[in-house]
Design a protein around this ligand. Sequence first.
Ligand SMILES: Nc1ncnc2c1ncn2[C@@H]1O[C@H](COP(=O)(O)OP(=O)(O)O)[C@@H](O)[C@H]1O
Ligand SMILES: [Mg+2]
Length: 276
Amino acid sequence: MEPKKSKITVRNVSRCFLSPEGKRIDAVQDIKFNVEDAYSREGRDIGEFRVLLGPSGCGKSTLLRMIAGLDRPDTGEVLVNDQPVHGPGRDRGMVFQKYTSFPWLTVAGNIAYGLKINGVGDAKRKETVAQLIDAVGLKGFENSYPETLSGGMQQRVAIARTLALRPAVILMDEPFGALDAQTRSEMQQLLLRVWDESASTILFVTHDVEEAIYLADRIFIMSSHPGTIVEDVQVPFERPRDLGLKERNEFHELQSYVLGRLRRAPGAGGNVRVSV
Ligand SMILES: Nc1ncnc2c1ncn2[C@@H]1O[C@H](COP(=O)(O)OP(=O)(O)O)[C@@H](O)[C@H]1O
Ligand SMILES: [Mg+2]
């Protein structure tokens, strides 16, 4: 069997900033990890779902931005598909907390945008857009403009737009952070469903312990100042997962363990959320 390829390699990455008062902030320090190529389940290749979990200010966005190619490490190196990252690229898609659709384009127009600039022909583009609209539950809203939609629906547009280009890696920075609890749960389920159908590897950032466990194959727990990874936790629950999982004892036990680990981490300011 061929050795698994590394999808994301982060090698001894550090990044520091200067505060407005001129103080040095070690946003992330000497971070190293590997996310391997897709694993196979029931004969299908499926990318891994990794979560970066940590309190706000621990460097999650900084790390994600460097993998996206939107920022550069001071020292160390980031590789995606074994290629050094020098800037944004088609192999990576990004979804932010802020809804980032183009307001002047309709839902269908937003999803089609990336396909169009990448030269995908009319017929293929229409077919892909229709499939994605169906997958994220936006049927009937093809011709609506994003600002007329709820936050959850706008995030569906962002997810569909990202999936359209079939990136090998999807980077998500607290994408459900601004949503109410009910919508957030629905979006978690939707994300697991669409991810399962794609072959993408997801690196998902959150400070919500329940969200991290529900979604992840593995969780990197981070501490702040300096931002480092303090533990790599395997989440043993089978897939597909449904929301009933959150009621199970094993789920709550893992939640307590992870929360304890976060609280013991250096720099934990108590701003980690356990949603109920
Ligand atoms: N452009 C920047 N200039 C100065 N400080 C920054 C900048 N970006 C991030 N920081 C600081 O780096 C630390 C990590 O920030 P960030 O990566 O946004 O954390 P998180 O996403 O985990 O909340 C914080 O202390 C933040 O204030
Ligand atoms: Mg952040």
